[in-house]
Design a protein. Structure first.
Ligand code: HEC
Length: 131
């Protein structure tokens, strides 16, 4: 009897531990997107200059702000680009593709790409100037 009570208590402790870790995950849209960036993009993209093996996020955001007047249209283009990168539809232009090479296809799902693209658009800093 005592053993089964212990087992129930341990199960409860485990379950509550699980729910704690579930709730500890970022709930906020911005945190979720920033975490996607850390995990899937950061290896190549720094946030600000100097660049790693790809243009920094702020430079990309700046180019996209010039090319698109709405966030929605910019996000749509970024998502399509990440699913099927091609030099012709690059907003950064030939110079970036020649310097860094074309970005590889991202294996994230469309929803994740949409989230990280929206986050990238929001990283725009008006003080940033493209060289
Ligand atoms: C293996 C390296 C690598 C990874 C990982 C990577 N990128 Fe890139 N990305 C590049 C390179 C190189 C370019 C510049 C050439 C180009 O535009 O294709 C680029 C360009 C871009 C552009 C500009 C596209 C355009 O219009 O030319 C966006 C937006 C972008 N990356 C977003 C992301 C996001 C978001 C992630 C993570 C989900 C990511 N990248 C992960 C290498 C990478």
């Amino acid at each position: 009897m005592k053993n089964s009570i212990t087992a129930v208590m341990m199960t409860l402790a485990l379950l509550s531990g699980l729910s704690v870790s579930v709730h500890a995950r970022p709930e906020n849209e911005n945190d979720v997107a920033a975490e996607l960036f850390e995990r899937h993009c950061r290896a190549c993209h720094s946030k600000q200059p100097p660049p790693k093996t790809a243009p920094p996020v702020q430079g990309i955001a700046s180019h996209y702000r010039k090319a698109f007047s709405s966030k929605e249209a910019a996000v749509r283009h970024m998502v399509r680009f990440m699913q099927q990168p091609d030099a012709e539809s690059s907003i950064l232009g030939e110079q970036a593709v020649t310097r860094f090479g074309l970005m590889p296809v991202m294996s994230l799902n469309t929803e994740e790409l949409r989230r990280v693209a929206a986050w990238l658009w929001d990283q725009y800093d008006p003080a940033f100037t493209c060289k």
